[in-house]
Design a protein. Structure first.
Length: 53
């Protein structure tokens, strides 16, 4: 079975198509999202959990 790899560009493209915004704007939003998640994960806290539903 072949593994499918999605990139931030793929996510930004889908976000743009689904919301009628430019890929440039959606790329900025996706970058911001991942930066925020990264910041949460690198906090100096022993128990961090990110819940996405």
């Amino acid at each position: 079975m072949e593994t499918k790899t999605y990139t931030k560009k793929d996510i930004a493209t889908q976000l743009a198509q689904r919301n009628g915004i430019s890929v440039r704007v959606s790329k900025d939003l996706v970058d911001d999202f991942f930066n925020i998640v990264r910041d949460f994960l690198t906090e100096d806290h022993p128990y961090i959990r990110i819940e996405i539903r």
